[in-house]
Design a protein around this ligand. Structure first.
Ligand code: NOJ
Length: 555
C-alpha cells in the first residue's frame, strides 16, 4: 500500500533532550524527563519526534560535535533510558528521528586523537590533511565572523586538517571506505535501538570531495546517498533520511534522485526564505514561485516544511533588497543578526507575538506542500534571550509552568537560563497557563494539527498555485484521490477581497466547505468564488459539501 509511507502525513516536532525536561534536578534535561512528557506531545498531535544530537559530546556546538556515536551523553541519561523513551514513543504511535552528524566529529573523538598523534594510525586517513597551508584556507567558512578558516594547523600531526565548520569539528574523510562503513554501522546501531530514521546534518558537505586541492565547487558523490538509503531500507524498510541542505532547487532534486533512489526527505530552505520575505513584505509572489521551483519529481519524495529551526534564519539566498526587507521587519538590530546573512531570533518575538500573524505563519507551515516540522516551544510562542551568544538565544529551556525555571528543572542553575520576565518570560508564557485557556495558542495549535492530520491531500497530493491578481494572497490547491482542498493566506495587514476559480470546470458550482468555521463559500453564477480575507487572514476549504465529502473521502 502506497499509504504506508508514514512520513507523508506526519507532524514532526524537533526538540533537544537538554532543554525539554530535567527529571533529576541537575539543571540539564534528560531522557527520563522527556519520557514523562510523551503524553503531552501525543496530546498535541505530534506523530514523530526529531531529537537533536544527544550522543556523548564536549558540547561546544550544542552536541553537533560528537565524541562517541554509540553512546548517550551521560548528562542526558543512559542507553537504557534512551530505549525506554523510544519504547514509550512507540507505545503512543509516535516515531523517533535522530540527528546524524557525520560530516565531522569532535576534535576530542578518539579517532581524531589517534589520527593526529600517529601518522601510522589506522585513523589517520579518516580525516583530511595537508602538509602545507592550502590556498583556499580562508574560504568556504560556514560561520563567517566567528570562524576565520577551514584549515587549522595541528601541532601533534604537524599538518593542517580540514574543518568546514568550527575548528574543533574536523571533517571526516567520507571518501575513505572505512569511514563509509562506519557511517552505516552508526545508522544500523540506532535503527536497531528503535529509531525510524535520521535528520542528516550538513549533507552537501558529507558528500562533497574534500582535500587541499579541491576548488570552490567540490564535486558531490550522490552515490553515497543511494548507498545510505539502500542500507537503511534493507535494515528497516520504513526508515527515512531527512536531509539538511540549503541549496538551490535544481541541486535539491539531485538529492532526492531521479528515480527516487536517494533521500526521501529534504528541508525546503528555498521556500523557507521566501516565506519569511512574504511575512515581512506582504508580497507572496516569490514564495509562490519558490513552490513551483521546488516541486519534487517523483512520488515518494517529500519536503520538510519549517518556519524557524535551532539555527539562524538563513537569508543568504534572497535578493539583497529582499534580504534587507526581512532584516528591517524582523531583525533590524545588529544583535539580532548573525553570520552576515541571517536572524537569530525565534518566530514569536519577530512577529511581536501578534496572534494574527502567528496563526498565519503556522497555518501556512501546516498547509505548504510537504511535512510540517515544528520546533519545541512554538506551540506556546516562546521567545528568545538575545543576551546569550550566537544561536543559543533560541535554545532556552521549555516553559512548562510559572514556577522555578519555568517548571523545567528544580536546580538552582540550569544549562541555560529559562526566559524570565518581560512579555516572553515563563511567568506569562507557559504550557500550564495555556492549557487552561481555551483560546490560547496551544489549544489553537492542537486543533490545527488535528485538522492537518485529517488532510492527507497536503502531504500526498499534487499542489497547484492558483493564479490570483493580488500578490498579497497565496492560494494553493491540492488534488489527491479525487479530493480537492484549497488554502488561502493573506500576508497583508489590510483585508483583501479575492475572486478565484478553483481550477476545474466541473467544480464551478461546488460549494467550498470551510474546515475551520461555518463560513462556507458558494460560487457566483459565473462559477467564481469570492472571499474577503481579513488582515493576515487564512482559510482552509474542501471542495464540495460536507455530506458529499464524508461519503467520498478515502483515507
Ligand atoms: C548544521 C546544524 O544545524 C548546526 O546547528 C551545526 O552547527 C552545524 N550543522 C555543524 O554540525
Amino acid at each position: 500500500m502506497i499509504t504506508d509511507l508514514w512520513y507523508k502525513n506526519a507532524v514532526i516536532y524537533c526538540l533537544s533532550v537538554e532543554s525539554f525536561m530535567d527529571s533529576d534536578g541537575d539543571g540539564v534535561g534528560d531522557f527520563r524527563g522527556l519520557a514523562r512528557r510523551l503524553d503531552y506531545l501525543h496530546g498535541l498531535g505530534v506523530t514523530a519526534i526529531w531529537l537533536m544530537p544527544f550522543q556523548a559530546s564536549p558540547g561546544r556546538d550544542d552536541g553537533y560535535d560528537v565524541c562517541d556515536y554509540y553512546n548517550v551523553d551521560p548528562r542526558y541519561g543512559t542507553l537504557g533510558d534512551f530505549v525506554e523513551f523510544t519504547h514509550g514513543a512507540k507505545q503512543r504511535g509516535m516515531r523517533v528521528l535522530i540527528d546524524l552528524v557525520v560530516n565531522h566529529t569532535s576534535d576530542q573523538h578518539p579517532w581524531f586523537q589517534s589520527a593526529r598523534s600517529d601518522p601510522k594510525s589506522p585513523y589517520r586517513d579518516w580525516y583530511v590533511w595537508s602538509k602545507k597551508k592550502p590556498k583556499n584556507a580562508h574560504t568556504g567558512m560556514v560561520f563567517p565572523g566567528v570562524q576565520d578558516s577551514t584549515w587549522t594547523y595541528d601541532e601533534a600531526a604537524k599538518a593542517y586538517y580540514f574543518h568546514r565548520f568550527y575548528k574543533f569539528q574536523p571533517d571526516l574523510n567520507t571518501a575513505n571506505p572505512c569511514v563509509r562503513a562506519e557511517l552505516l554501522k552508526i545508522m544500523g546501531f540506532w535503527i536497531q535501538l528503535g529509531v525510524s530514521g535520521f535528520r542528516m546534518d550538513a549533507v552537501p558537505f558529507v558528500i562533497a570531495e574534500k582535500g587541499p586541492d579541491v576548488g570552490a565547487e567540490p564535486k558531490p558523490d550522490f552515490g553515497m546517498l543511494r548507498a545510505f538509503r539502500e542500507f537503511l531500507q534493507w535494515r528497516k524498510g520504513d526508515s527515512v533520511i531527512i536531509g539538511e541542505a540549503n541549496i538551490v532547487p535544481k541541486e535539491a532534486m539531485k538529492y532526492f534522485g531521479d528515480d527516487g533512489d536517494r533521500l526521501q526527505m529534504m528541508f525546503n530552505f528555498h521556500a523557507n526564505q521566501r516565506l519569511f520575505y512574504a511575512l515581512a513584505s506582504g508580497d507572496a509572489e516569490p514564495l509562490a514561485r519558490a513552490l513551483n521551483e521546488t516541486r519534487p519529481r517523483y512520488g515518494t519524495a517529500q519536503w520538510g516544511v519549517f518556519l524557524r529551526n535551532h539555527d539562524e534564519l538563513d537569508l543568504g539566498r534572497l535578493e539583497p533588497e529582499q534580504r534587507q526587507a526581512v532584516f528591517d521587519a524582523f531583525g533590524p538590530e545588529k544583535d539580532m543578526q548573525l553570520y552576515d546573512r541571517g536572524i537569530r531570533r525565534r518566530l514569536a518575538p519577530m512577529l511581536k507575538a501578534d496572534r494574527r500573524r502567528l496563526e498565519l505563519a503556522y497555518s501556512l507551515m501546516f498547509t505548504l506542500p510537504g511535512t510540517p516540522v515544528m520546533r519545541y516551544g512554538d506551540e506556546i510562542a516562546m521567545g528568545d534571550d538575545l543576551a546569550l551568544p550566537e544561536r543559543y538565544c533560541a535554545r532556552t529551556p521549555m516553559q512548562w509552568t510559572d514556577g522555578k525555571n519555568g517548571g523545567f528543572s528544580l536546580a538552582d542553575k540550569t544549562f541555560l537560563p529559562a526566559i524570565s520576565g518581560g512579555g516572553f518570560g515563563f511567568q506569562t508564557v507557559n504550557v500550564a497557563e495555556q492549557r487552561r485557556d481555551p483560546g490560547s495558542l496551544l489549544n489553537w495549535m492542537e486543533r490545527i494539527i488535528r485538522m492537518r492530520q485529517e488532510i492527507p491531500e497536503i502531504g500526498w497530493g499534487e499542489c497547484t498555485v492558483l493564479p490570483l491578481r493580488d500578490r498579497c494572497v497565496l492560494a494553493l490547491r491540492y488534488d489527491w484521490r479525487g479530493n480537492v482542498v484549497i488554502f488561502l493566506h493573506n500576508f497583508d495587514a489590510e483585508p483583501r477581497e479575492i475572486t478565484f476559480r478553483t481550477g476545474e470546470k466541473s467544480e464551478e458550482s461546488a460549494i467550498l466547505t470551510n474546515l475551520l468555521s461555518d463560513e462556507h463559500c458558494e460560487p457566483d453564477e459565473d462559477g467564481d468564488h469570492c472571499v474577503v480575507l481579513e488582515g493576515y487572514g487564512y482559510r482552509w476549504f474542501r471542495v464540495g459539501g460536507l455530506d458529499e465529502i464524508l461519503r467520498r473521502r478515502d483515507v
